[in-house]
Design a protein around this ligand. Structure first.
Ligand SMILES: Cc1cc2nc3c(=O)[nH]c(=O)nc-3n(C[C@H](O)[C@H](O)[C@H](O)COP(=O)(O)OP(=O)(O)OC[C@H]3O[C@@H](n4cnc5c(N)ncnc54)[C@H](O)[C@@H]3O)c2cc1C
Length: 507
């Protein structure tokens, strides 16, 4: 069959651009496609985005990325989850770990049995039944050994990495597979007269680059999808009021924690992402409650190492592009929308949008049914993540600042209202197929933030008291035994994937 669509132009060389380039380079290799990428050193990248979630392992596997090589090249550390400090109330902390709690019994989720245990006066924390949570608190790590046959399932983990080094790593891979990079600033975009499709872009030195498919990875500005095609933006600030961030790296200190820390602050929250060569930090806040100078001062005063730069301000509006695929342009990354990094989901959204694009890749023409399907799938993904993030803000006892009082008054999206009410009544969490956050994630955050159901599944009453006690002891014991066999996170990195020392740049 004759294929007409043969050339792809990616605009932008941040994480999104190079993820797209590396994927196209690998998966379209030998198929006769021309793949080009244009980026501008003068504009630069957003320079943040360093915490990930476990499905990134699938992305790396698809690209046949060697984990050790990747860890060394990006100064990466392992991530077992996120510690949420002061979110529920001051001086409180909980972990949202990766991986499952316990094991399913009687065909239902483990958390129902733990709810029964607690209702009967049991005092074991739910964390005791999740290997990632226990390992995170103990500062230990080891990848699952492939022949380990634990009923607890594989240890859930992801990575923290240096965003700039990750883009460079992917660039090398993409260029080695035939992707052509152009350095230059796009100053004009030409549309086809007959249908308004993008025909070409013009760089500031006059070069003109044409393509059949354009992938807009130009960041928040959405150079093609918004500035040119006016796809529109759905603003979700009513649910997620934070609209600013200050980011600053600092020297690494002490042990490398195998988890991200998110600490709730007066007008938002602060991230801490430990890498091998430095620690990434940032304050995400709402400008109605805190100004930029104050945010920078507060952030600098709360670092656990010497700052390596002056804090960099970033502005955003929570929400998503109304159409991420419009005509012959697909937006990825920040050009497609933005949800704050509370659960480290943005890089994941690049990955899943790319997977969908490649799955639905156009052959001879752009058919609207495919485009509509792509857009509705992206929309559902954004909405599910939005709801999960809103839960963190809404389920808080904090009323100590105007920001937290504002959060308590947020009116829930209907989808979250329904999910929350079902959990409150019955302890049930039922995901839709394809939801990113599974039952264990919702349970972790509900429980961590003090949302307790008034009941649990009736099948959890099936084992006798003695039998339940016995099963919980076995599972908790298995978790401890497993984690006690892990080295410390730093020892594991040193022995398996230590990166060469580099001087992280200072201002
Ligand atoms: C405060 C903050 C914290 C974050 N933390 C996380 C996190 O922990 N985990 C996570 O998963 N995600 C996180 N993200 C999101 C993550 O940073 C992005 O999803 C990721 O970096 C992808 O960005 P991008 O490539 O879309 O855009 P950018 O990095 O902004 O890249 C845009 C590219 O387009 C190019 N460009 C723009 N205009 C032109 C032009 N006219 N001509 C030529 N080139 C042009 C630029 O040069 C650049 O190469 C965070 C985001 C923010 C704002």
């Amino acid at each position: 069959m004759q294929r007409n669509l043969k050339s792809i132009l990616i605009v932008g060389g941040g994480t999104a651009g190079w993820m797209a380039a590396a994927s196209c380079g690998k998966l379209l290799e030998g198929a006769g496609y021309k793949v080009e990428l244009v980026e501008s050193d003068e504009i630069g990248t957003v320079g943040v985005g360093e915490a990930t979630i476990p499905p990134i392992q699938d992305f790396n596997r698809t690209l046949q990325i060697d984990e050790v090589e990747f860890m060394r090249a990006t100064q990466a550390s392992f991530k077992l989850g996120i510690e949420f400090v002061d979110w529920t109330r001051l001086n409180h902390s909980y972990i949202h770990p990766f991986g499952m709690y316990g094991v399913q019994m009687q065909g239902i989720y483990f958390h129902h049995f733990w709810l029964r245990h607690r209702a009967q006066g049991g005092t074991s924390s739910h964390d005791a039944f999740n290997s990632s949570a226990v390992a995170a608190r103990a500062g230990r790590f080891a990848r699952s050994i492939s022949n380990e046959r634990s009923p607890l399932g594989p240890l859930g983990y992801a990575y923290h990495f240096d965003a700039g080094l990750y883009a460079a790593f992917l660039r090398k891979m993409a260029e080695s597979r035939g992707v052509t990079r152009h350095e230059g600033k796009v100053v004009d975009v030409k549309l086809r007269g007959e249908d308004g499709y993008i025909e070409s872009i013009t760089l500031s030195d006059g070069r003109v680059l044409a393509a059949d498919l354009f992938i807009d990875c130009s960041g928040f500005r959405g150079l093609l999808i918004e500035q040119t095609l006016h796809a529109g933006y759905e603003d979700w600030s009513e649910w997620l009021p934070c609209n600013r961030a200050m980011a600053v790296p600092c020297d690494r200190v002490a042990a490398t924690t195998p988890y991200t820390r998110s600490t709730a602050r007066e007008a938002g929250w602060q991230w801490r992402i430990p890498l091998q060569h430095r620690t990434g930090n940032g304050y995400v806040y709402c400008n109605e409650f805190l100004d930029d100078d104050e945010a920078a001062t507060l952030l600098l005063g709360r670092l656990d190492g010497t700052p390596r730069a002056t804090p960099r301000p970033l502005r955003f509006i929570a929400g998503r592009r109304r159409e991420c695929w419009k005509k012959n342009c697909v937006a990825l990354g920040l050009a497609s929308g933005f949800l704050e990094p509370l659960e480290s989901t943005s890089i994941h959204l690049i990955q899943t949008a790319l997977a969908k694009l490649l799955f639905l890749f156009p052959g001879n023409c752009f058919d609207q049914a495919t485009i509509d399907k792509f857009n509705s799938l992206v929309c559902s993904e954004y909405e599910e993540i939005r709801d999960f993030l809103v839960l963190h803000y809404k389920a808080t006892e904090r009323t100590d600042t105007a920001f937290w009082r504002h959060c308590q008054a947020i009116k829930l999206p209907d989808t979250l209202e329904q999910r929350w009410e079902m959990y409150r009544q019955s302890g049930n969490i039922l995901n839709s197929l394809g939801d990113l956050f599974k039952e264990s994630s919702w349970f972790a955050v509900f429980t961590g933030q003090g949302v307790n159901p008034s009941s649990y599944h009736p099948f959890a009453d099936i084992p006798s008291d003695e039998e339940l006690k016995r099963r919980l002891e076995i599972i908790g014991g298995d978790v401890i035994k497993r984690v006690n066999g892990f080295p410390t996170h730093d020892d594991y990195i040193r022995d398996h994937c230590a990166a060469p020392p580099i001087a992280a740049p200072r201002d």
